[in-house]
Design a protein around this ligand. Structure first.
Ligand code: NAP
Length: 236
């Protein structure tokens, strides 16, 4: 299988790259930090003994202007995407009275509009796949009824929007046999968490979460479509 993973330069995305390539799957890795991304891809390929990981350094907020370039890069590498994991995310923790509208827009751009655009872009690449699964990485922060935290209003709202998009596209893409689900993650020990909640010790390491996410990506579409699944043992 070929899995397109966004936000693969660190944290959960980097752990996903390792999980998939360790099981012999191909991965297209996207994020802005070219050096970090290439390092992850090289390590995956070294351990696999073959070229399973491909780095695509790209600022996904440029997708609107550079969609053709991005699409051509996928086409040139594999021409196929079996599953898309919309994992890239941004978190800015500031009270409502202090956060700028530019910051708020950036949160919605990275956490909502980019995943939406990528689903549209990847749909033709899934045409001949036997898997056809989109996994949107959302958060307990945007899960209805979960405990909420001050300073995370726009972040939580952007993830809630992605949850809703998941439900809608699961219906809209049914005709193309594409399944769309969301995993609403609880706390995982990454740089994002450390910046948002300094001093908090998460109960999970990225690799533990990535192991479950790999299974879910490959097997979960048989059981779920349009579902928002909480994957959490803690709050946050
Ligand atoms: N960690 C947690 O506790 C937790 C809890 C709930 C949900 N989540 C969600 O899980 C996902 C992964 O989180 P994480 O903790 O692993 O975060 P992280 O360590 O901050 O990683 C985020 C990734 O997103 C990429 N990214 C950000 N903006 C981008 C852009 N404009 N274009 C391309 N790539 C971009 C970053 O790479 P570059 O900087 O190289 O671009 C990085 O690889 C996120 O969607 C997050 O909201 C995490």
């Amino acid at each position: 299988m070929v899995i397109l993973i966004t936000g693969a330069s660190r944290g959960i995305g980097a752990a996903l790259a390792r999980e998939f390539t360790e099981s012999g799957h191909g991965v297209l890795l996207v994020s802005r930090n070219r050096k970090a991304l290439e390092k992850i891809a090289e390590a995956c390929n070294r351990d696999a003994g073959k070229e399973l990981a491909h780095a695509i350094p790209f600022d996904l907020t440029d997708l609107t202007d550079l969609e053709e370039e991005f699409t051509a890069r996928i086409g040139a590498i594999t021409g196929t995407v079996d599953a898309l994991i919309n994992n890239a995310g941004n978190l800015i923790r500031k009270p409502m009275g202090e956060i700028s509208i530019d910051d708020a827009r950036n949160l919605f751009e990275v956490n909502f509009f980019v995943p939406a655009q990528l689903i549209r872009i990847c749909t033709p690449f899934m045409k001949d796949s036997t898997l056809k699964h989109v996994v949107n990485v959302t958060s307990m922060a945007g899960f209805q009824g979960s405990g909420k935290f001050s300073g995370l209003s726009y972040y939580s709202a952007s993830k809630a929007a992605l949850n809703s998009l998941t439900e809608c596209l699961a219906v809209e893409l049914k005709e193309e046999n594409i399944r769309v689900n969301a995993l609403a993650l609880g706390a995982v020990q990454t740089e994002m968490l450390a910046e948002a909640f300094p001093g908090l010790k998460a109960p999970l390491e990225p690799q533990q979460m990535a192991r479950f996410m790999k299974w879910f990506t490959l097997e979960g579409s048989v059981l779920f479509n349009g579902k928002i699944l909480p994957v959490s043992v803690s709050t946050p």
